[in-house]
Structure formats: structure tokens, C-alpha cells
Design a binder for this molecule. Structure first.
Ligand SMILES: *Cc1c(COP(=O)(O)O)cnc(C)c1O
Length: 356
């Protein structure tokens, strides 16, 4: 039976990425050696790094003055590295979910943190609007897609200070105007590569402005100077990321991805709204994520939750159990998820409804 992979992360990757990476595990770039056993200083791995940086710039239209880094440590290490490098006195955070809360918590170790708004009062089921950002903040941090709660900020906006964004779970899902951001980062394991690699897009002129000493490994300038090769980068996830970047380019780029992502999300949200058994968890439709679609049983049918999960699982739906902080179901519809998988899930929801 065909498996439909709705896991939130690590999550579905293009078949192309998986096949090319499997080949490189046995014979990498014609070297006769595995990608797992060659020096990161070899010309073949250096070429992987530079093509990955180049494709990031091309696909996202990154203007001059920005650097692309690939480091270890996951997005969670960035929660600390960002304030280490950027927070002199005060930083502003928009608290839209569990990851945003964790990011704000780390920043408090380095200075004053102003939480400009939070949707915690409603279990993060909306994106706060109409807040004021203190004009003397060193930067403003947002999480564009809230993986656990299924809300997303899908417009790029202007602020009068460096804008820093965690895009772990929606990078490459829609075109973005990078010039509005000073730093964009994310763990690669949602929409790009297997776990182990973190991408950072940083505007160089925001660096070098804090007084504190920064440990060498945690200073972005170290990695800019050494083109992400100061120490050994995660070579295998980097190679896989490059395959996904090539796949994105060969499939029409990010504009084409966004088009299909909108179609997939509409299909599923329409069914959630139509089907009498289910309801969406996000209060404001315009805040609904295109990447992580959260829904629960309607109150009258609450006792059917387990039964639906088992039914859907028996039909090949994998990874749709909701995060424990929301309950219910979450279908992640990342770039690599084909529209047929969403159609299959919708069919299962209809079939289940017809039996009730
Ligand atoms: C998964 C996720 C993280 C955590 O990433 P790690 O690489 O596991 O540290 C942070 N932010 C968001 C939005 C995520 O989805």
C-alpha cells in the first residue's frame, strides 16, 4: 500500500533527493568513494558547498550584502547564536508558538527581551496583529510558520530595525523578499534535507555591533570568513540539501511550489470546513498555515478521534497525529508532498464521514 507521508519533521523529501543521496552513499561524484568517507576539503565537497550557496541565492533572489551559511546545531542553536551576535541591550520577539517562546527564552540570557505580543492566551491559534515594537530594539524576531500550531505569517513586512525570522518550516514554500530581513534561519529537516544541517542567510552589515566577546564557533563572522568550512560541516545532509535545491530549480522554482502549496492547502482546508466530523484549530482563516494543517474532531464526534486515526493509518496516512500541545491531527504539506497525497487524505476523511 502506498504510504502518504504527512510527518511534521523530519519529513517528506523529494524522491530525487533520496535517490541521488543513496547513489552518493556508494559512489560520490565519480570518486569511487562514499560521500560519508571523503574529506570536506576535497574539491568535490567544496563544489557541493558552493553550488548549494549559489542555488540559495538564485532561488530566493538574495541581494548583494548577504551571506549564506550551512552549520550544525539545528535551529535551536540559532535561538542562542542570534542574541549572542546581535543583542546589545534589548530585543523584541513576537511569541506565536512553542518555538518562538524558546527563541525568546534564550535571548533573555543576553539582555532585555520585549515580547511585543503573544497568542499564548488562545493556545497560539492566531497570529497577533497591531502590536508596537520598541524603536530602540536591536532586532525584531518572528517565526514565520508555527509548525506545532499551524499558523503562518505569509507576508513580508517592513520594520525599522533588523528583522530576524525563523523559517525552519516554510523556507522555499513561497517567494520571499529577502531584502526585508536581516537574518533568516532554519533547521533543514522540514522542507530541505535530512536533520543535521542549519541554513542561515545573514546580512553582513548587522554583525560586529555588540560589545561582548563571542566564542569563535558561535560568531557568524568565523563562518562567513571560512565559507562554512571553519570546522567540518554536516557533509551528507549538505549533499542532500543540494539535491533538493536542484529539484526546486528544475521544477519551476519557488513560485511554482507556492502555486501547488496553495492548491494542496485549499483542498484540505475545504474538506475540514465541509466535513461534519472535523474542524480547523486556527481561529482566523488568513493565519492558516500552508505547511502544517491542524484539525480536530468536532465536539459531538470527539470520541471518534482514535478511531479516525486508526482508520486513516490503515489507509496509508502516516504522521497525521497532532502535536500533543494541540491534539487532534496535523497534516504537513511540505513542498515534496504530492497533491495526490492530499487527495488521498481527503478521500479518507469523506469515507470515514460516510460510515458515521
Ligand atoms: C522544528 C523547528 C525548530 C527546531 O529545529 P531544530 O533544528 O530541531 O533545533 C525551530 N523552529 C521551528 C519553526 C521549527 O519548525
Amino acid at each position: 500500500m502506498k504510504k502518504h507521508n504527512f510527518y511534521a519533521g523530519p519529513s517528506i523529501l523529494p524522491q530525487f533527493t533520496i535517490e541521488e543521496t543513496a547513489k552518493a552513499v556508494t559512489n560520490f561524484a565519480g570518486t569511487g568513494l562514499s560521500i560519508m568517507e571523503v574529506s570536506h576539503r576535497s574539491k568535490e565537497v567544496v563544489a557541493v558547498m558552493s553550488e548549494a550557496q549559489q542555488l540559495f541565492k538564485e532561488l530566493l533572489n538574495i541581494p548583494d550584502g548577504y551571506q549564506v551559511l550551512f552549520l550544525g546545531g539545528g535551529a535551536s542553536t540559532q535561538f542562542m547564536m542570534i542574541p549572542f551576535n546581535l543583542l546589545q541591550k534589548k530585543a523584541a520577539y513576537l511569541v506565536t508558538g512553542g518555538w518562538a517562546s524558546k527563541a525568546a527564552k534564550e535571548a533573555k540570557l543576553f539582555g532585555e527581551v520585549v515580547e511585543v505580543a503573544s497568542s499564548k492566551d488562545a493556545n497560539f491559534n492566531y497570529i497577533p496583529k497591531g502590536y508596537t515594537i520598541p524603536s530602540d530594539a536591536d532586532y525584531f524576531h518572528i517565526t514565520t510558520n508555527n509548525t506545532l500550531y499551524g499558523t503562518e505569517i505569509r507576508t513580508d513586512f517592513d520594520v525599522n530595525m533588523p528583522l530576524v525570522a525563523d523559517m525552519s518550516s516554510d523556507i522555499f514554500s513561497r517567494p520571499i523578499d529577502v531584502s526585508k530581513y536581516s537574518l533568516i534561519y532554519g533547521g533543514a529537516q522540514k522542507n530541505l534535507a535530512p536533520a543535521g544541517i542549519t541554513f542561515i542567510i545573514v546580512k553582513e552589515d548587522i554583525l560586529g555591533k555588540v560589545d561582548r566577546a563571542i566564542p569563535t564557533m558561535l560568531d557568524y563572522r568565523t563562518h562567513i570568513d571560512k565559507e562554512s568550512m571553519f570546522n567540518t560541516p554536516p557533509v551528507l545532509p549538505l549533499f542532500a540539501a543540494l539535491q533538493t535545491l536542484r529539484w526546486l530549480k528544475n521544477n519551476g522554482g519557488i513560485g511554482a511550489m507556492e502555486k501547488v502549496n496553495i492548491e494542496k492547502a485549499q483542498l484540505l482546508y475545504n474538506e475540514i470546513d465541509r466535513n461534519k466530523l472535523f474542524k480547523g484549530t486556527v481561529s482566523n482563516p488568513e493565519d492558516r498555515s500552508l505547511m502544517n494543517i491542524c484539525f480536530v474532531m468536532n465536539e459531538e464526534y470527539a470520541e471518534l478521534e482514535k478511531e479516525f486515526l486508526e482508520f486513516a493509518t490503515s489507509k496509508g496516512m502516516t504522521g497525521i497525529k497532532g502535536h500533543r500541545s494541540v491534539g487532534g491531527f496535523r497534516a504537513s504539506t511540505y513542498n515534496a508532498l504530492p497533491k495526490e497525497s492530499v487527495e488521498a487524505l481527503v478521500a479518507v476523511m469523506k469515507e470515514f464521514e460516510s460510515k458515521k
